[in-house]
Design a protein around this ligand. Sequence first.
Ligand code: PLP
Length: 439
Amino acid sequence: MTSADSSLQPVADLIAGRPVPHIRTALPGPRAAPLIESDLRVSSPSNTRDYPLVARRGRGCVVEDVDGNLFLDLAAGIAVCASGHCHPKVVEAIHRQSSELIHICGSDFYYPVMVELMNKLAAITPGAKPKRVLLTNSGTEATEAAFKLSRFHTNRKWVIGFHGAFHGRTMGSLSLTCSKARQKQGFGPLVPMVAHSPYGNTDFIENVLFKQQMRPDEVAAIFFEPIQGEGGYLIPDASFVQSLRRLCDESGILLVADEIQAGMGRTGKMWSIEHFGIVPDIMLIAKGVASGMPIAAVVAQEPIMNWPPGAQGSTYGGNPVSCAAALATIELVEGGLMRNAERLGAPLLSRLKVIAERNSCITRARGLGLMAGVDVINPKTGKGDLALRSKILMDAFQRGVILLPCGEVGIRFCPPLVISEDELDTGLRIFEEAVAKSA
Ligand code: PLP
């Protein structure tokens, strides 16, 4: 089998028989260049664009720019477009819902599509006991809400996160984020009583934090990504995750699993935590859940979400159109996309390992399902090479492949889950050409 089940593939009407990728202008092209100029005059300088892609349309794993160039997308809008760009079933759900009800406010009123989504999320998240669901608009808001809930529920103040973690950019979630110094620079003081520990083992928590900084019974929650995303696509040993569960159980600490990037079938299981055999107390969901429509969720074991009316709320959280897109996406992920991610995980990883063997500037190939990464190093010094990574990303773009960085010197591979083996093959071949050309 060389390609994903054709029923998983959205109609590729924009390709119209052309090969993908297909670059027919200089990049940026004549339409893209003035748009970029105009954008840069008005947009916040905080954006981090690695190369000049000006997207116009997307279908499946293909993005067309404003000049008609076709790109193969191995980044899915930062691991968001789970069902690919504009999957017909997601588009249809959005059309249907937007012609019936666009907004009413889920904090104040009830509507069927929100009830259906909350029940669905409660049913598909780990743990057999009843759960409660809070819908928000973005990952950072979900983190923020879980931060507040954990303090409220436990009546404790300390919260622990990990070096390399990314949980968002609002003040609470930013206090937990510990990925890049520039993400925090100039914004302090952040929320007090947040401590960080090295990712991958619990020694520092047990031997330093619990002895020198706080007692375990002062800790409300430990927030962690079962697989670190922004921090570098790092997969920990199961023993780390299991130790976290044990520590939390011993001291009444809530364990919060941030599945915002690694969840929704990306690693070949619905939730990445399922690879480690434990059940968290609270789970955070966003990104892939609605294939690009803004929605996120906090799912907590039932007794934990015990705050009273008014303690939390949002004007747009659980927007009906986003709920409809999420239900359509979940159906697609359960209906085959998760299997596709599992099926393609081995070929993706083994191909990256071969690329690392053949190219001395590529190292540490790692991955689970369609969540994989490599690091870029200077072969002479063995140290990370930021400039070379930028060159590789730019060269891959010029050849028509969309990739994104992660970690200090990593490149992440997180394509839409609809990707076929042929598309993956093409993307990796071009990536290796970009590596060979840039090194
Ligand atoms: N948590 C993780 C693991 C993420 O990867 C991200 C975003 O990249 C967030 C939280 C924040 O999500 P958002 O950008 O939707 O606020």
